[in-house]
Structures are given as C-alpha cells and as structure tokens.
Design a protein around this ligand. Structure first.
Ligand code: UT7
Length: 327
C-alpha cells in the first residue's frame, strides 16, 4: 500500500543585498584592523550595508519578490510568511506583517522567528511543520537582517564580521509518496543550550535596558562550539534518513567564518567543492546567510534540481539546527 504524505517543496529562491559595499580596507581606515587580519581570520573581504532608510522588511520584500518570480507564483498565492530575524523593523509587530503589507500579500499567517544566526534553520523547520500540518499551501520563509544597526562600530572584534542582506524560499506543500529520492524537505533538527546566553548577545532590549543595544561576542567560545555542533547537526540528519555524508551534493552552511566552514567540511569528510561559501563576499548576515548562499548557488548553476542539500547554522543562545532537502 502506498502512503501519500504532504511534503514541503522548494518552489523558488531569491536573494537581495543592499547596494552599498564596504571593503575591509575602508574599515581599516576607522578601526585598528587590517584587510590581512580580516581575510586570514575570517575569509571576509567585503560586506553590504543597508541605506539609512532601508529597513529589514525592505530587504526581505525584495528577496521575497525574487523568490516568487523564480517560483513563477503570484503574491496572491502566499498564505504563510515566516521571517527569521534578530533585527526587526520594530520591537513589534512582527516584521513578517510589514513584509505582508509591503508585498500586498493576502490575509494569512505571518510571524517572526528569533533564533539569531540559526534563525533560518528554525524557520525552515517551523514552516515545514506548518505546511505538513495543512495550515497553508504556499509559504515564504525569509531570513533578513540589518546587523549594521546593532554593531558597535568602534569594536574591531565584532564590527568587521557582519553584513546586511536577505534571502527567501518559497515552500509549497505537495502530495508525495514520501520517498527519500522525491523532492522536498526530508528532515530537520533543532537544538538550543541557554547556558551560553552570555557568549553572544545584544546588550540592550526593551525589557532589560529599554534601548536597542549592541552585539557582544566571546568569539573563541562561539568558534569552538560551532565547529562541533555544526558537524553533529548534519550527522544527526544523516542518521535520521540513512544517507551517508558522501551522498550530499551540497552543504550550504551558515556563513560566519571561512575557518569554521572548512573545519566542519573536514569533520564531515566532504569534498570542499560541495561546500557553498559566500562569507567572502557577504560576511555574516546572520539569519539571511543560508538563503542568500542558496540564491547565489542557484545563480551560479551550482544548485540544480534533484540535488541532496544540507543546511546548518549556529548562533546566539546558543541555538543551532539543520535541514536536509532534495532540491
Ligand atoms: O554567526 C554567529 C556565530 N559567530 C561566529 O561563528 C563567530 C565565531 N568566532 C570567530 O569567527 C572568531 O573567533 C573571530 C573571527 C571572532 C576571532 O578570531 P580568532 O582567531 O578567534 O581571534 P581572537 O579572538 O583569538 O583574537 C586574536 C587577536 C587578539 O589580539 P591579542 O589578544 O592576541 O593581542 C584580538 O584582539 O586578534 C585581535 N583582533 C583583531 N586584530 C585585528 C580581534 N579582532 C581584530 C581585528 N583586527 N578586527
């Protein structure tokens, strides 16, 4: 007997980067840093920074429009909008409702997911659950950030690491025989460990300080945990589904640091050709980094239909997670 299940298929992908590019050399003019240090320690060469009047929702809307165009779907089809962000336009309402309004999307479900750099992994898992439970047929799942607004631009240990941007996927619930070689989201895994709350945080917030605050990070501690947890997060997906690391066509990791990405690739025994890297051009765009990397891989012809793709991310909390999909 064949069982028919609902599965979330990636129908379209879009990315958006603000026009203004800031190079390492420009940062070295105002901070005690150098292009050589930033490249060697992080792999970053430049980042995009939003204009003063460009909000997180504006970046999200542009990425969403491109994803809908890529999916060949009208905005009227969108029933669910999930925005992963730690830099919302306002404390409330959800940036997802600003996106809904600016896109002209119909009445539906719209909310934000806040898991910092793991936000997109969380948003994919949440959206997948909503679609498979029948809450909606067509969803926009967006990662969008303006970290430039929460950086302490006098702190060289954090200011050089981040950039602004947005990426979006259109996910659609389709009936499937539920086989692992069929398209769609195959598995997701999420974790958090609040003992590390103080290792990567913003020193402000409506309840704690009534201010927005600035990003603070114990970089070495984040680095150490990231390498181990990110590799484990993919191993868990492989164990859940019975695939081997060698079956993966692409790993699209969160883009925080080239050294982390390479170390995770080595731990998993992956050919570096199969690991997507955009941190050099985009820097760390937090929840936007994975969908932006997917959009870049699609544009460059590296991401093609039928490929087995793993995503993984870790950030403040610590929160981390992963997803396995057949594109
Ligand atoms: O997306 C969320 C997850 N975030 C991450 O994954 C970030 C994880 N952490 C990292 O990527 C790395 O730890 C950093 C890139 C943040 C730092 O690299 P590191 O190799 O761990 O350097 P470090 O913190 O050990 O600092 C080494 C030295 C220090 O000087 P001393 O104490 O050795 O004299 C720093 O003060 O480098 C110095 N330093 C810099 N020098 C020039 C730190 N930042 C800079 C800078 N330019 N921008």
């Amino acid at each position: 007997m064949r069982t028919i299940v609902l599965r979330s298929l990636v129908a379209g992908i879009g990315g958006y980067l603000p026009a203004r590019i800031v190079t390492n050399a420009e940062l070295a003019l105002v901070l005690d840093t150098s292009d050589a240090w930033i490249r060697e320690r992080t792999g970053i060469t430049r980042r995009h920074v939003a204009a003063d009047d460009e909000l997180t929702s504006d970046l999200a809307v542009e990425a969403a429009r491109r994803a809908l165009q890529n999916a060949d779907l009208p905005v009227s089809a969108v029933e669910l909008i999930v925005v992963a962000t730690s830099t919302p336009d306002h404390t409330f309402p959800a940036t997802a409702t600003a996106v809904q309004r600016k896109l002209g999307a119909p009445i539906g479900i719209a909310f934000d997911v806040q898991a910092v750099c793991a936000g997109f992994a969380y948003a994919v898992a949440v959206t997948d659950s909503f679609l498979r439970a029948g809450h909606a047929r067509t969803a926009l799942v967006i990662g969008a950030e303006t970290f430039s607004r929460i950086l302490d631009w006098t702190d060289r240990t954090t200011a050089v690491l981040f950039g602004d941007g947005a990426g979006a996927l259109v996910l659609r619930a389709e009936r499937s025989a539920g086989r692992l070689d069929d398209r769609g989201v195959l598995a997701t895994r999420l974790w958090a460990d609040g003992r590390h709350y103080g290792d990567l945080y913003v020193d402000g917030g409506p309840s704690a300080t009534r201010t927005t605050g600035h990003l603070r990070m114990n970089g070495r501690e984040v680095f150490r945990h990231a390498v181990v947890r990110l590799a484990e997060s993919v191993e868990a997906l492989l164990a859940d589904t019975g695939f081997a690391a060698g079956d993966l066509d692409l790993l699209v990791p969160h883009q925080a640091n080239l050294r982390i990405i390479e170390a995770v690739g080595r731990r998993l025994g992956l050919d570096p050709q199969r690991v997507v890297v955009t941190v050099d051009r985009h820097a760390n765009t937090s929840a936007a980094s994975i969908p932006l990397a997917l959009a870049t891989a699609l544009e460059e012809g590296r991401l093609t239909r039928g490929q087995l793709v793993a995503l993984n991310a870790l950030g403040g909390g610590f929160a981390w997670g992963s997803a396995l999909l057949r594109f």
